[in-house]
Design a binder for this molecule. Structure first.
Ligand SMILES: [Zn+2]
Length: 60
């Protein structure tokens, strides 16, 4: 059997996307995210979010 790095990120609760600006900034690169500024917690832009997901889901 082969396990070619098949990773899923199911189970991760995603915050709700904002309807419009102002958006919260990414905690990593300060780019605007798709989350509302009022969102409490860690907000990451799609790119950083993806990178984090790769890192956390594929490490081991
Ligand atoms: Zn970012």
């Amino acid at each position: 059997m082969s396990d070619e790095g098949y990773c899923t990120t199911d189970g991760a609760a995603k915050p709700q996307a904002a309807d419009g600006p102002p958006y919260a900034e990414c905690v990593l690169c300060r780019e605007p995210t798709e989350y509302p500024e009022s969102y409490r917690g860690i907000t990451m832009c799609p790119r950083c979010e993806w990178q984090e997901a790769q890192r956390t889901s594929c490490s081991g």
